[in-house]
Structures are given as C-alpha cells and as structure tokens.
Design a protein around this ligand. Structure first.
Ligand SMILES: Nc1ncnc2c1ncn2[C@@H]1O[C@H](COP(=O)(O)OP(=O)(O)OP(=O)(O)O)[C@@H](O)[C@H]1O
Length: 620
C-alpha cells in the first residue's frame, strides 16, 4: 500500500497559523456543555419534538416496506412470471409512496417550525444580552465581529442542537430498523457487514477533530472579515480622504484569503474523508456480496432475498455514513456555538442591584464624592479623588486639557461604568442603589459626536421619548432652532437622514440632538463639547437653543472652549484626572491658577473669539 508521509498529510489537512489575528478564536467548549447551555431555549416547544421522532420512526419503516415489496415482486412475480400478485402490490406501493409524501410534508413543516422558532428566541436573546452589556465591552470589542456572531453564528447553534440531533435520531432509528431486518434475513451476512463499523468509527473520530479546527478558523475569519469591513466602510470618509483604500483593501484581502484558506483546508479534509468512508463501505459491501453469491449458489438464499439484502446493506450504510457526516457538521456547528457562548458569558460590568430603588422624577442633585476610576485593563487612573456637588438647577462646567477626564465624568454620571472608589450620587442616593433605567431616564445628553440614526427627522427627535406627540416634536424642534431647517428639507419631518445623519450638516445634527434632549425633558443635562466641530457662526446659532434647554435643569457642561463656560455656577478644572481648582469664573480668575492661565490663553487664541460675546453668555 502507498504510504503518504505524515508531514505531507499533516500539511494537507492543517488550517495554518495566523500570527496577528484581528479576532481571537473563542475558547473551546465541550459538546455536552454546549447542549446544557442551549437546551433551555427549546422550552415550550419540546412537545413538538415527539411528532418529529415519530416521523423519523415511520420513514425507515416505509422504506423497509418498499424494499420488502420489491423482494416479493422478484420472488413471486418476476421469477415465476406470474402477474397476479402484482395486482395488490402495485396499489400498496402507490399507497406507501403517497403516505410517505404526506409524512415528508408534515415532517418538513414541523421541523422547520421548531428550528426557526428556536432561532427566533435565541437570536433575540443574544441581541438582548449584547445590548445589556456595558459600554466597556463595546469600547474593547470589534463591532463587526459581534455582528457576525449575532447574525451568523447563532444559526449554527440550531444545527447543533435541533437539526443535528433530529438527524442523528433519524439515522439511528434507520440503522436500528434496517439492522433488525438484515439480522432477520441473514444474521451471518449481517455480522460480516458490521465488521466495517469500528473502522468507520475511528475515521469519524479522527476527522471530526480536524473538521472542528477548520470550522473554528472559518468562523473566526468570518468575524475578522466583518470587523475589517465594518471599520473600513464605517470610516469611508477618512479612508478616502487619506487615500488609504489600498491599505484597507489589503487588510480585507488578508482576512478574505484567511477565510479562503480555512475553507480550502475544510474542503481538503472532507475530500480525504469522503473517499475513505466510501472505500470502507465498498469493502464491506463486496465481502457481503461474495458471501451472498456463494450462498445463492448453495441454494441457501433466493435471488430476491440476495437483492433485497444488498439493497438493505446499502440502506444500512446510508445511516452509518450519515452519522459520520453528521458528526462533522455537528463539530462545525459547535465551533460557532463556542463563539456565541463566549458572547453570552460576557457579564455587564455595570449591574443593577437586586433591591434597586425607583426614584421617579429626580430633582437633579448631583454629587461626586471622592471618585476614582480606572478603565478596565488600564493602569492609569482616569479620575482620582474627584469631588464636586451640583444642586438642582445649577450649572457645573468641567474644563481641562484633552484627556484630563472630562468625558469620563459624564460616563460615570450615566453609570456606563462604576467608580473603583468613592460614590456618584443622584438626589443623595448612590447610583448603584438606583434602578439603572431611572438613572439614565434622569439624564439627557448632547454628545461630542451627535448620534443620528438612519430614519426620518421625526423619528430621530422622538428617539428621546418615543411616545411624544407630533405637537411636542415640533415644539422641541422649535426650541432647538431646528424647525426652520427641517421644513426646508425635501420632505420636512419625514425626510430620511442617512446613517449617522450624513445628509445633514454638523450644526443641523447638533440642533437635532438638542431637540432630542428637549423632548426627553430630563432633570439633568449632560453637554459634552456641544460646540465641537462647529464654526463660530454655527456655534453661536446653537447657543440660544442650548440656553433654553438648560433653563431649570441641572447641567454639566464639558468644554474646551472656556468662553462658553464662564457663567456656570461653578467651574471644576481637571488635570490628569484630579480636580485642581474649583469655583465661579471670577473667583478662579482672581485666584490666578490654572484656569486663569487657560483663560488668558483662550482669550488670545480661543476658537470662538469672533463670537465670544454671544457664546460667552450661553450659560447665563
Ligand atoms: N474606553 C477607554 N478605555 C481606556 N482608557 C480610556 C477610555 N476612554 C478614555 N480613556 C482614557 O482616560 C483618560 C480620560 O479620558 P476622557 O475621555 O475622560 O478625557 P477628556 O478630558 O474628555 O478628553 P477630551 O477633551 O479630549 O475629550 C484619557 O487618558 C484616555 O486615554
């Protein structure tokens, strides 16, 4: 026999290495654990598995009956050349075919219903889980990979748990039925036919491991591909402006080729496995045929008997073959299941306490008490020992150099993260003791990067409060000085704004964001660099609406632009996560510290010098 050197075989069947992976492979999970994790999702639909099992039981019986009829045709019609038995055989056969057709119809519909229902629940659950994860998860993970798991890998779990198991059951039942018949017909021939089973088993075990490796790699590459595509296409303006298309193309190509290689490795494994299984199968069948023919010659077997026996052997190998093939798709599916489990095992860093309190509408009293915070996985304190208090209706301005920790304060106020030390309070209660939804409900945000969704202008404003009426939406748009420009859009409030509001200008997006905050009508307002990216005129334009929005609310305004903050009740100056100064504008100027220095610098070079008079009064 020709022996293929081991190293060639290993290369042929290996997946290859990826030195710097975009997305890491999920940790391996044993199949039993995968079952344990996903079985609960079949709750409420398990009784539908009973007819499915029954269908799988009846199918092979119909098959066997057909074969039996064939034996009768050969032995009682063809060999004695007698047409009479054919008169009952023909309608019986037709009846069997119609019956199995109806059965197939019911089986198909029921199994699709059960599996699609399962997927419906699982997909929604995975999405709900991912949505509930803390901001920290999204700041660390590649969005494209998460998307690929939610939309692609979820489907494979169904294969693993339902279709796979139903198929396995079906094959086992077929195996049982045909084996029983064969043993009944010729036990010695049957035992000979079964000699190949251990060989099948060994081959299946060995190859399923290889297939699992290849599938893992394929799924990982799919995740990487989505991640690269999402990053490149999501930042298409940047990519084109910097002429980085070729670089992005290469990045994409690298993952694309990786996926191709993984697919080829998987194809090679299957291509070796398929013929191997066939060789084992044919050897068994040939041995049986030899012994069978000998028995026929000895007169121990009729021709019909031998033909049926050989046909049944074919049917017997079918399920064995099917089971071994199933093993490989089962392992391939488990590679996807591992990726889902890894996602489901992510715990939100921010969790609502079991006895969280409702506060209803907050008064808007905010307090940071000795707050220190470090982003997960980093060594540097983003905030250390930060304390300040803002009474209801007051305005606090946070200023400081870039990276000083201003946005981090906003994230802690929204409870996107919990402080490592100290306490953040709303109306005197630790945020950790409040319902998370209440904490978020009490805050309206206008962020640096205004978030606009693909949808109509109306939907974007109402995102702040979905139950808002048309009149409230228009009133909010007016308050945000957005009504006029919205009306001049081709379809007014029904105009679709592209994803991330690309069809709007920066100032228009900001005013839309303000309208959304107005309609939310929350007691606390977080303004993170509300004039970022706007020129002096646009910056001035949103000052009035901002002022209207801030009236009567507790406001925390984050700004580099010192001219927009001088009328705040109190200004807190942050430096490397520490409060270095705090007090009203005039006091800080007299004090002559960091703020006074920054202010002098700004007065000379500030970005809104031209509009300083109106910009400066925003907080008045
Ligand atoms: N998700 C994150 N993971 C790790 N470190 C972070 C994360 N976000 C911010 N940081 C770090 O925390 C520090 C404070 O960042 P923060 O965004 O609060 O600064 P900022 O004062 O708002 O800056 P800017 O004015 O430029 O927006 C910075 O050193 C920054 O690198």
């Amino acid at each position: 026999m020709v022996r293929i050197p081991r190293h060639i075989l290993r290369r042929l069947l290996s997946v290859g290495e990826d030195a710097d992976a975009v997305v890491a492979a999920a940790p391996p999970v044993p199949p039993r654990e995968v079952f344990r994790r996903f079985w609960p999702y079949t709750r409420g639909r398990r009784r539908w598995l009973v007819p499915l099992v029954l269908f799988s039981l009846i199918g092979p019986l119909v098959d066997a009956a057909e074969l039996w009829l064939f034996k009768i045709v050969v032995d009682e019609v063809l060999v004695p050349r007698d047409l009479r038995p054919f008169l009952w055989i023909a309608p019986t056969y037709l009846g069997l075919i119609v019956g199995s057709g109806l059965l197939g119809f019911a089986d198909d519909l029921t199994s699709t219903w059960v599996s699609e229902r399962f997927l419906l629940t699982l997909r929604s659950d995975v999405f709900r889980h991912v949505q509930g994860l803390s901001l920290g998860f999204f700041e660390r993970r590649r969005l494209g990979d998460v998307l690929s798991r939610v939309t692609g890998d979820v489907d494979a779990v169904e294969t693993f748990l339902l279709s796979g198991v139903a198929d396995a059951l079906y094959q086992v039942i077929r195996l049982g039925v045909f084996l029983g018949l064969l043993l009944y017909l010729q036990w010695d021939l049957t035992l000979l036919a079964l000699v190949i089973v251990p060989l099948f088993w060994r081959a299946a075990r060995h190859f399923s491991r290889l297939i699992k490796e290849a599938s893992r790699e394929r799924r990982r590459r799919s995740g990487s591909l989505s991640a690269v595509a999402e990053e490149s296409l999501g930042n298409v303006a940047l990519v084109q402006a910097y002429n980085r298309q070729n670089w992005e193309q290469r990045r994409f190509e690298r993952e694309n080729v990786g996926k191709f290689r993984a697919a080829m490795a998987s194809a090679r494994i299957h291509a070796v496995y398929g013929p191997l299984v066939e060789i084992i199968e044919v050897s068994g069948a040939l041995a049986v045929m030899g012994l069978g023919t000998w028995k026929l010659a000895q007169g121990e077997l009729t021709l019909g008997g031998l033909l049926v026996f050989l046909a049944l052997i074919g049917k017997l190998y079918g399920p064995i073959h099917g089971l071994s093939r199933l093993g490989s798709s089962f392992y391939a599916a488990s590679a996807s299941a591992e990726r889902i489990i890894e996602l489901l095992d992510q715990r939100p860093q921010v969790v609502e306490s079991a006895d969280a309190r409702r506060i209803g509408r907050a008064r808007g009293d905010i307090e940071f008490d000795g707050v220190s915070f470090r982003y997960p996985g980093t060594a540097r304190w983003a905030l250390s020992g930060v304390s300040f208090h803002v009474a209801p209706g007051e305005t606090l301005a946070l200023v400081g150099a870039s990276g000083a920790g201003k946005s981090t304060v906003a994230k802690l106020q929204l409870r996107f993260y919990d402080p490592d030390q100290g306490t953040v309070r709303l109306d005197g209660t630790d945020l950790r003791d409040l319902l998370l939804s209440d904490v978020r409900e009490s805050v309206a945000v206008v962020l640096q990067e205004t978030l606009v969704f693909h949808g109509t202008v109306r939907e974007n404003i109402a995102y702040g409060r979905p139950e808002a009426t048309e009149a409230e939406i228009v009133a909010a748009a007016r308050a945000a000085d957005a009504h006029e420009f919205i009306q001049s859009l081709p379809e007014g409030y029904d105009t679709m704004v592209g994803q991330r509001g690309r069809t709007l200008s920066g100032g228009q997006r900001q005013r839309l964001a303000i309208a959304r905050a107005v309609i939310r009508d929350a007691p606390v307002l977080l303004l993170d660099e509300p004039t970022t990216g706007l020129d002096a005129q646009s910056g001035r334009r949103i000052m009035d609406p901002l002022r209207r929005l801030m009236a009567g609310r507790t406001t925390v305004v984050i700004s580099h632009n010192l001219l927009t903050v001088r009328d705040a009740t109190r200004i807190v100056v942050l430096d490397s996560g520490r409060v270095v100064e705090s007090g009203p504008h005039d006091e800080l100027l007299v004090h002559g510290g960091t703020y006074a220095r920054l202010h002098r610098l700004h007065a000379l070079t500030g970005p809104v010098q031209a509009g300083s008079s109106s910009a400066g009064t925003v907080l008045s």
